[in-house]
Design a protein around this ligand. Structure first.
Ligand code: C2E
Ligand code: MG
Ligand code: MG
Ligand code: MG
Length: 284
């Protein structure tokens, strides 16, 4: 194939882009079959209390074990699943699987305090009419307390959200499910807007943590995080930070008053039993 390059010249389209397009198409058509065949699996990444280092729960992160391509990360297939609508049944599967897993941790882990699970929601799931009833049904069927579930919604999905979009989240929040604002700070946050959202957790995007990798840390960056944390706390929101890769970052973020951390410094995403081991390891 060729693309017009101006004048009478033609040049070959970027062959890599072509390969990506084919894969994209291939992946898209393979998605529904993959769900039927059970090719998806979930890794859990610990959420750690910054003050004492204890494991409080984990974020569920979906992966696809493709029979030809091996493990494919969510950044590659979630957008495709969103585009085709498959995200609704896939998201429901992730929710059920994660909630079931959290129940198992709790049963095996009584003395360590309740382990919670965070599950990501796509914008399409937010507007799907079954969100509240599916969630209620899954919680009832598994027996997990609503307070042990946190649903993560990206900041960009809620920008400009009207009451209709917020209503299901409000219903879930009233039941005791936590709602977290994911990737916070990457969009155009209207900070004043926060108070009308039914969220109880702010997840500071990795971009902020990355800014703390090199010393000396830009004092303006520190001021910004400090400001966000104090605003969040004054609105009764807990602050979780993503992408903590070093002990120095963890120290800095603890000093800035962040509550919970997640990142490679503590643990990479891993199988559910690994979380169980990590959580048990820090029981005194
Ligand atoms: P996210 O919700 O912001 O998840 C955090 C991402 O950061 C994960 O990438 C995680 O593996 C990665 N991460 C964690 N700690 C570190 C660190 O210290 N350094 C670095 N560089 N990265 C770290 P992952 O697993 O590839 O997921 C990417 C995105 O895919 C997620 O971003 C989330 O938006 C989406 N996603 C994952 N699972 C699901 C799901 O079940 N449903 C939906 N709708 N989206 C999902
Ligand atoms: Mg998330
Ligand atoms: Mg995030
Ligand atoms: Mg992120």
């Amino acid at each position: 194939r060729a693309k017009h390059a101006g004048g009478n010249r033609y040049e070959l389209a970027d062959p890599e882009a072509d390969a990506r397009a084919i894969t994209r198409h291939g992946l898209t058509t393979a998605l529904p079959v993959a769900l039927e065949r059970g090719e998806f699996f979930i890794e859990y990444q610990p959420l750690v209390h910054l003050e004492d280092g204890s494991v409080r729960g984990a974020e569920a992160l979906v992966r696809w074990l493709h029979p030809q391509h091996g493990v494919i990360g969510p950044d590659r297939f979630i957008p495709l699943a969103e585009h085709t609508g498959l995200i609704v049944p896939l998201g429901r599967w992730v929710l059920e699987e994660s909630v079931r897993q959290a129940y198992t941790w709790q049963a095996r882990h009584e003395h360590a305090g309740p382990l919670r699970v965070n599950v990501n929601l796509s914008p399409c799931q937010l507007t799907h009419p079954g969100l509240v009833s599916d969630t209620v049904e899954i919680l009832e069927r598994t027996g997990l307390a609503p307070g042990a579930l946190c649903l993560e919604v990206t900041e960009s999905a809620l920008i400009g959200a009207d009451e209709d979009l917020l209503k299901p989240l409000r219903r879930l929040a009233e039941m005791g499910v936590d709602i977290a604002l994911d990737d916070f700070g990457t969009g155009y946050s209207n900070l004043a807007n926060l108070r009308r959202l039914p969220v109880s957790v702010l997840k500071l995007d990795r971009a902020f943590t990355q800014g703390m990798q090199h010393y000396p840390v830009d004092p303006v960056d520190l001021k910004i995080v400090e400001g966000i944390v104090s605003l969040a706390h004054s609105l009764d929101l807990a602050v979780t930070v993503e992408g903590v890769e070093t002990g120095a970052q963890a120290d800095q973020l603890r000093e800035l008053g962040c509550d919970t951390a997640q990142g490679w410094y503590y643990a990479r995403p891993g199988p559910p039993d690994r979380l169980h081991e990590l959580a048990l390891a820090d029981v005194p």
